[in-house]
Design a binder for this molecule. Structure first.
Ligand code: TRP
Length: 361
Protein backbone atom coordinates (compact mmCIF):
# COMPACT_ATOMS: atom_id res chain seq x y z
CA UNK A 1 0.00 0.00 0.00
CA UNK A 2 1.33 3.47 -0.78
CA UNK A 3 2.27 5.79 2.05
CA UNK A 4 0.43 9.08 1.90
CA UNK A 5 0.53 12.13 4.19
CA UNK A 6 -2.29 14.62 4.64
CA UNK A 7 -2.14 17.43 7.15
CA UNK A 8 -2.88 21.12 7.40
CA UNK A 9 -3.55 24.25 9.39
CA UNK A 10 -6.34 26.77 9.79
CA UNK A 11 -5.37 30.13 8.32
CA UNK A 12 -6.39 32.27 11.29
CA UNK A 13 -2.98 33.89 11.76
CA UNK A 14 0.69 33.61 10.93
CA UNK A 15 2.33 30.37 12.07
CA UNK A 16 4.53 30.43 15.18
CA UNK A 17 7.33 28.38 16.69
CA UNK A 18 4.77 26.12 18.40
CA UNK A 19 3.50 25.08 14.96
CA UNK A 20 7.11 24.64 13.90
CA UNK A 21 8.25 22.18 16.57
CA UNK A 22 4.77 20.61 16.84
CA UNK A 23 4.44 19.73 13.18
CA UNK A 24 6.11 21.84 10.47
CA UNK A 25 9.69 20.73 11.16
CA UNK A 26 8.58 17.09 11.07
CA UNK A 27 6.72 17.57 7.79
CA UNK A 28 9.83 18.89 6.11
CA UNK A 29 11.86 15.92 7.39
CA UNK A 30 9.21 13.49 6.16
CA UNK A 31 9.08 15.28 2.82
CA UNK A 32 12.84 14.99 2.40
CA UNK A 33 13.01 11.40 3.66
CA UNK A 34 11.61 10.19 0.35
CA UNK A 35 9.61 7.56 2.23
CA UNK A 36 6.22 8.84 1.17
CA UNK A 37 4.55 8.34 -2.16
CA UNK A 38 2.46 11.50 -1.87
CA UNK A 39 2.27 14.44 0.52
CA UNK A 40 -0.71 16.77 0.76
CA UNK A 41 -0.51 19.93 2.89
CA UNK A 42 -3.79 21.78 3.17
CA UNK A 43 -4.65 25.33 4.17
CA UNK A 44 -7.93 24.65 6.00
CA UNK A 45 -9.77 27.87 5.15
CA UNK A 46 -13.21 26.23 5.10
CA UNK A 47 -12.61 24.84 8.59
CA UNK A 48 -11.36 28.25 9.76
CA UNK A 49 -14.66 29.74 8.57
CA UNK A 50 -16.66 27.40 10.82
CA UNK A 51 -15.91 29.70 13.74
CA UNK A 52 -15.06 32.86 11.80
CA UNK A 53 -18.10 33.08 9.57
CA UNK A 54 -18.40 36.82 10.15
CA UNK A 55 -14.75 37.53 9.42
CA UNK A 56 -13.95 36.24 5.93
CA UNK A 57 -11.36 38.97 5.38
CA UNK A 58 -9.21 37.59 8.20
CA UNK A 59 -9.17 34.13 6.63
CA UNK A 60 -8.49 35.53 3.16
CA UNK A 61 -5.51 37.55 4.40
CA UNK A 62 -4.04 34.60 6.25
CA UNK A 63 -4.19 32.07 3.40
CA UNK A 64 -1.15 33.65 1.79
CA UNK A 65 0.56 34.16 5.18
CA UNK A 66 0.32 30.44 5.91
CA UNK A 67 1.46 29.61 2.38
CA UNK A 68 4.53 31.83 2.89
CA UNK A 69 5.20 30.17 6.24
CA UNK A 70 4.99 26.73 4.58
CA UNK A 71 7.38 27.67 1.80
CA UNK A 72 9.77 29.40 4.18
CA UNK A 73 10.22 26.36 6.44
CA UNK A 74 11.18 24.32 3.40
CA UNK A 75 8.03 22.64 2.19
CA UNK A 76 8.78 22.23 -1.49
CA UNK A 77 5.87 22.36 -3.96
CA UNK A 78 7.75 19.90 -6.17
CA UNK A 79 7.56 17.31 -3.40
CA UNK A 80 4.55 18.36 -1.32
CA UNK A 81 1.21 19.29 -2.76
CA UNK A 82 0.16 22.59 -1.13
CA UNK A 83 -3.52 23.37 -1.60
CA UNK A 84 -6.55 25.29 -0.32
CA UNK A 85 -9.40 23.31 1.25
CA UNK A 86 -12.34 25.43 -0.01
CA UNK A 87 -11.29 24.86 -3.62
CA UNK A 88 -11.93 21.11 -3.36
CA UNK A 89 -15.72 20.87 -3.48
CA UNK A 90 -15.52 17.07 -3.32
CA UNK A 91 -14.64 17.46 0.36
CA UNK A 92 -18.04 18.92 1.17
CA UNK A 93 -19.80 16.09 -0.65
CA UNK A 94 -17.87 13.52 1.35
CA UNK A 95 -18.70 15.40 4.56
CA UNK A 96 -22.41 15.24 3.72
CA UNK A 97 -22.33 11.47 3.16
CA UNK A 98 -20.19 10.76 6.24
CA UNK A 99 -22.48 12.81 8.45
CA UNK A 100 -25.06 9.99 8.17
CA UNK A 101 -22.64 7.75 10.02
CA UNK A 102 -22.00 10.00 13.04
CA UNK A 103 -24.31 10.70 15.96
CA UNK A 104 -24.85 14.04 17.67
CA UNK A 105 -23.83 12.54 21.01
CA UNK A 106 -20.57 11.26 19.54
CA UNK A 107 -19.73 14.77 18.33
CA UNK A 108 -20.63 16.20 21.73
CA UNK A 109 -18.12 13.85 23.31
CA UNK A 110 -15.20 14.99 21.10
CA UNK A 111 -12.81 16.56 23.66
CA UNK A 112 -11.30 19.09 21.24
CA UNK A 113 -14.71 20.35 20.11
CA UNK A 114 -15.84 20.47 23.74
CA UNK A 115 -12.86 22.60 24.77
CA UNK A 116 -13.22 24.91 21.79
CA UNK A 117 -16.92 25.46 22.48
CA UNK A 118 -16.04 26.55 26.01
CA UNK A 119 -13.17 28.74 24.86
CA UNK A 120 -15.38 30.59 22.36
CA UNK A 121 -18.41 30.87 24.66
CA UNK A 122 -20.44 29.03 22.04
CA UNK A 123 -22.38 26.98 24.63
CA UNK A 124 -25.82 28.38 23.83
CA UNK A 125 -25.34 29.00 20.11
CA UNK A 126 -22.97 26.57 18.44
CA UNK A 127 -22.84 26.98 14.66
CA UNK A 128 -23.76 23.63 13.06
CA UNK A 129 -20.76 23.86 10.74
CA UNK A 130 -18.43 24.24 13.69
CA UNK A 131 -20.06 21.41 15.59
CA UNK A 132 -19.61 19.06 12.66
CA UNK A 133 -16.09 20.04 11.62
CA UNK A 134 -14.64 16.71 12.85
CA UNK A 135 -16.68 15.08 10.06
CA UNK A 136 -15.26 17.47 7.52
CA UNK A 137 -11.79 16.73 8.83
CA UNK A 138 -12.47 13.02 8.23
CA UNK A 139 -13.34 13.97 4.65
CA UNK A 140 -10.04 15.89 4.30
CA UNK A 141 -8.03 12.91 5.44
CA UNK A 142 -9.88 10.13 3.63
CA UNK A 143 -10.26 12.02 0.33
CA UNK A 144 -6.52 11.62 -0.16
CA UNK A 145 -6.43 8.06 1.22
CA UNK A 146 -3.92 9.33 3.78
CA UNK A 147 -2.12 6.70 5.82
CA UNK A 148 -0.25 9.18 8.03
CA UNK A 149 -1.40 12.43 9.63
CA UNK A 150 1.41 14.39 11.33
CA UNK A 151 -0.25 16.80 13.79
CA UNK A 152 -0.07 18.09 17.36
CA UNK A 153 -1.54 16.32 20.36
CA UNK A 154 -4.70 18.47 20.30
CA UNK A 155 -5.72 16.76 17.05
CA UNK A 156 -5.79 13.26 18.52
CA UNK A 157 -9.58 13.21 19.00
CA UNK A 158 -10.03 14.26 15.35
CA UNK A 159 -7.96 11.38 14.05
CA UNK A 160 -9.74 8.96 16.39
CA UNK A 161 -13.09 10.16 15.07
CA UNK A 162 -11.84 9.82 11.48
CA UNK A 163 -10.81 6.24 12.16
CA UNK A 164 -14.29 5.48 13.51
CA UNK A 165 -15.93 6.96 10.44
CA UNK A 166 -13.66 4.90 8.17
CA UNK A 167 -14.47 1.67 10.04
CA UNK A 168 -18.18 2.41 10.01
CA UNK A 169 -18.17 3.32 6.30
CA UNK A 170 -16.22 0.21 5.34
CA UNK A 171 -18.43 -2.06 7.42
CA UNK A 172 -21.66 -0.66 5.96
CA UNK A 173 -20.63 -0.11 2.33
CA UNK A 174 -17.63 -2.41 1.86
CA UNK A 175 -13.86 -1.81 2.05
CA UNK A 176 -13.37 1.64 0.47
CA UNK A 177 -11.62 4.09 2.79
CA UNK A 178 -8.18 3.97 4.40
CA UNK A 179 -7.78 4.17 8.18
CA UNK A 180 -5.07 6.76 8.97
CA UNK A 181 -2.44 6.77 11.72
CA UNK A 182 -1.56 9.87 13.71
CA UNK A 183 2.10 10.90 13.93
CA UNK A 184 2.84 12.92 17.08
CA UNK A 185 5.97 14.93 17.94
CA UNK A 186 8.53 12.72 19.65
CA UNK A 187 9.35 14.99 22.58
CA UNK A 188 7.18 16.42 25.32
CA UNK A 189 8.42 20.01 24.88
CA UNK A 190 7.49 19.90 21.18
CA UNK A 191 4.09 18.38 21.93
CA UNK A 192 2.89 21.49 23.71
CA UNK A 193 5.24 24.43 23.50
CA UNK A 194 4.05 27.08 26.00
CA UNK A 195 3.71 30.79 25.27
CA UNK A 196 6.62 33.10 26.15
CA UNK A 197 4.69 34.09 29.31
CA UNK A 198 4.66 30.47 30.50
CA UNK A 199 0.93 30.04 29.79
CA UNK A 200 0.04 26.63 28.43
CA UNK A 201 -1.20 27.84 25.07
CA UNK A 202 0.35 30.19 22.55
CA UNK A 203 -2.29 32.53 21.26
CA UNK A 204 -2.36 35.71 19.30
CA UNK A 205 -4.76 37.35 21.74
CA UNK A 206 -2.42 36.67 24.67
CA UNK A 207 0.49 38.20 22.74
CA UNK A 208 2.76 35.36 23.84
CA UNK A 209 3.84 33.90 20.48
CA UNK A 210 7.11 33.94 18.60
CA UNK A 211 6.18 33.93 14.93
CA UNK A 212 8.26 32.35 12.19
CA UNK A 213 8.06 35.70 10.39
CA UNK A 214 9.19 37.80 13.39
CA UNK A 215 12.27 39.95 12.84
CA UNK A 216 15.54 39.13 14.55
CA UNK A 217 14.98 42.00 16.97
CA UNK A 218 11.38 40.88 17.79
CA UNK A 219 12.62 37.39 18.61
CA UNK A 220 15.43 38.72 20.81
CA UNK A 221 13.07 41.00 22.76
CA UNK A 222 10.56 38.16 23.27
CA UNK A 223 13.24 35.76 24.47
CA UNK A 224 14.77 38.27 26.88
CA UNK A 225 11.37 38.88 28.51
CA UNK A 226 10.44 35.18 28.74
CA UNK A 227 8.95 33.69 31.87
CA UNK A 228 11.46 31.66 33.93
CA UNK A 229 11.47 30.64 37.60
CA UNK A 230 9.95 33.49 39.66
CA UNK A 231 11.86 32.31 42.77
CA UNK A 232 15.22 32.45 41.03
CA UNK A 233 16.03 36.00 42.10
CA UNK A 234 19.76 36.11 42.78
CA UNK A 235 22.17 34.35 40.45
CA UNK A 236 23.32 32.21 43.38
CA UNK A 237 19.75 30.98 44.09
CA UNK A 238 19.01 27.44 42.95
CA UNK A 239 16.66 27.49 39.93
CA UNK A 240 13.69 25.30 38.95
CA UNK A 241 13.27 23.72 35.53
CA UNK A 242 9.60 22.73 35.80
CA UNK A 243 7.43 25.38 34.19
CA UNK A 244 10.54 27.32 33.21
CA UNK A 245 9.74 28.41 29.67
CA UNK A 246 13.34 29.09 28.67
CA UNK A 247 14.33 25.51 29.43
CA UNK A 248 11.22 24.12 27.76
CA UNK A 249 12.20 26.00 24.60
CA UNK A 250 15.76 24.68 24.89
CA UNK A 251 14.34 21.14 25.14
CA UNK A 252 12.45 21.79 21.92
CA UNK A 253 15.15 23.62 19.95
CA UNK A 254 18.69 23.05 21.18
CA UNK A 255 21.01 20.58 19.47
CA UNK A 256 24.38 19.26 20.72
CA UNK A 257 26.26 21.36 18.14
CA UNK A 258 24.83 24.59 19.60
CA UNK A 259 27.03 24.21 22.70
CA UNK A 260 30.51 24.47 21.12
CA UNK A 261 29.14 27.24 18.90
CA UNK A 262 27.32 29.45 21.41
CA UNK A 263 28.05 28.25 24.96
CA UNK A 264 31.34 26.34 25.09
CA UNK A 265 31.46 26.37 28.92
CA UNK A 266 28.97 23.50 28.86
CA UNK A 267 29.08 20.23 26.94
CA UNK A 268 25.35 19.73 26.70
CA UNK A 269 21.89 20.72 27.94
CA UNK A 270 22.07 18.38 30.95
CA UNK A 271 25.14 20.18 32.25
CA UNK A 272 23.48 23.56 31.80
CA UNK A 273 20.34 22.36 33.60
CA UNK A 274 22.37 20.94 36.42
CA UNK A 275 24.22 24.22 36.99
CA UNK A 276 20.94 26.16 36.93
CA UNK A 277 19.37 23.89 39.53
CA UNK A 278 22.46 24.02 41.73
CA UNK A 279 22.55 27.86 41.65
CA UNK A 280 25.11 30.23 40.24
CA UNK A 281 23.75 30.48 36.69
CA UNK A 282 21.79 33.62 35.79
CA UNK A 283 18.68 33.77 33.58
CA UNK A 284 20.23 36.30 31.23
CA UNK A 285 23.01 33.93 30.22
CA UNK A 286 20.53 31.14 29.49
CA UNK A 287 18.25 33.50 27.58
CA UNK A 288 21.14 34.74 25.44
CA UNK A 289 21.96 31.14 24.60
CA UNK A 290 18.32 30.41 23.72
CA UNK A 291 18.25 33.53 21.56
CA UNK A 292 21.29 32.30 19.61
CA UNK A 293 19.75 28.86 19.21
CA UNK A 294 16.44 30.26 17.98
CA UNK A 295 18.06 32.78 15.64
CA UNK A 296 20.17 30.07 14.02
CA UNK A 297 17.03 28.02 13.35
CA UNK A 298 14.88 30.98 12.24
CA UNK A 299 17.41 32.92 10.11
CA UNK A 300 17.22 30.59 7.07
CA UNK A 301 13.41 30.51 7.39
CA UNK A 302 13.28 34.31 7.41
CA UNK A 303 15.61 34.50 4.40
CA UNK A 304 13.53 32.05 2.37
CA UNK A 305 10.36 33.95 3.28
CA UNK A 306 11.88 37.20 2.01
CA UNK A 307 12.55 35.52 -1.36
CA UNK A 308 9.00 34.23 -1.74
CA UNK A 309 7.55 37.59 -0.62
CA UNK A 310 9.10 39.11 -3.75
CA UNK A 311 6.77 37.09 -5.99
CA UNK A 312 3.34 36.80 -4.38
CA UNK A 313 1.55 35.94 -7.68
CA UNK A 314 3.81 32.87 -7.86
CA UNK A 315 2.74 31.86 -4.34
CA UNK A 316 -0.90 31.95 -5.45
CA UNK A 317 0.07 30.03 -8.56
CA UNK A 318 1.65 27.29 -6.43
CA UNK A 319 -1.59 27.01 -4.42
CA UNK A 320 -3.70 26.91 -7.57
CA UNK A 321 -1.63 24.17 -9.16
CA UNK A 322 -1.70 22.23 -5.89
CA UNK A 323 -5.46 22.65 -5.60
CA UNK A 324 -6.05 21.45 -9.17
CA UNK A 325 -3.99 18.32 -8.51
CA UNK A 326 -5.64 17.71 -5.14
CA UNK A 327 -9.03 17.95 -6.75
CA UNK A 328 -8.29 15.14 -9.16
CA UNK A 329 -7.36 12.82 -6.31
CA UNK A 330 -10.40 13.77 -4.23
CA UNK A 331 -12.66 13.20 -7.25
CA UNK A 332 -11.42 9.63 -7.57
CA UNK A 333 -12.17 8.92 -3.92
CA UNK A 334 -15.60 10.51 -4.24
CA UNK A 335 -16.33 8.22 -7.20
CA UNK A 336 -15.28 5.20 -5.09
CA UNK A 337 -17.54 6.39 -2.27
CA UNK A 338 -20.53 6.90 -4.55
CA UNK A 339 -20.03 3.49 -6.08
CA UNK A 340 -19.85 1.89 -2.64
CA UNK A 341 -23.00 3.77 -1.58
CA UNK A 342 -24.82 2.68 -4.73
CA UNK A 343 -25.44 6.22 -5.94
CA UNK A 344 -23.54 5.83 -9.20
CA UNK A 345 -26.69 5.23 -11.29
CA UNK A 346 -25.46 6.35 -14.68
CA UNK A 347 -22.26 4.31 -14.77
CA UNK A 348 -23.95 1.19 -13.35
CA UNK A 349 -24.82 -0.84 -16.45
CA UNK A 350 -25.91 -3.81 -14.34
CA UNK A 351 -28.48 -1.62 -12.59
CA UNK A 352 -29.87 -0.29 -15.84
CA UNK A 353 -30.08 -3.82 -17.24
CA UNK A 354 -31.73 -5.15 -14.07
CA UNK A 355 -34.36 -2.41 -14.12
CA UNK A 356 -35.14 -2.86 -17.79
CA UNK A 357 -35.50 -6.62 -17.38
CA UNK A 358 -37.87 -6.04 -14.47
CA UNK A 359 -40.14 -4.05 -16.77
CA UNK A 360 -39.85 -6.25 -19.86
CA UNK A 361 -41.18 -9.32 -18.07
N1 TRP B 1 -7.85 21.01 12.64
C1 TRP B 1 -6.55 21.39 12.15
C2 TRP B 1 -6.09 22.61 12.97
O1 TRP B 1 -6.85 23.15 13.73
C3 TRP B 1 -6.53 21.74 10.68
C4 TRP B 1 -7.00 20.60 9.80
C5 TRP B 1 -8.11 20.58 9.02
C6 TRP B 1 -6.34 19.35 9.63
N2 TRP B 1 -8.21 19.40 8.36
C7 TRP B 1 -7.15 18.62 8.72
C8 TRP B 1 -5.20 18.76 10.16
C9 TRP B 1 -6.83 17.31 8.34
C10 TRP B 1 -4.86 17.45 9.78
C11 TRP B 1 -5.69 16.73 8.89
O2 TRP B 1 -4.97 23.05 12.81
Amino acid sequence: MSKIILTGDRPTGRLHVGHYVGSLRRRVELQNSGEFDKIFIMIADAQALTDNADNPEKIRQNVVEVALDYLSVGLDPEKSNLFVQSQISELTELTFFYSNLVTVSRLQRNPTVKAEIQMRNFEASIPVGFFTYPISQAADITAFKATTVPVGEDQMPMIEQTREIVRKFNSVYGETLVEPDILLPDNQACMRLPGTDGKAKMSKSLGNCIYLSDTEEDVRAKVMSMYTDPDHIKITDPGKLEGNTVFTYLDAFSKPEHFPEFLPDYNNLDELKEHYQRGGLGDVKVKKFLNNVLQSELAPIRARRAEFEKDIPEVYNILKKGSDAAREVAAETLADVKRAMKINYFEDMALIKEQSEKYSR
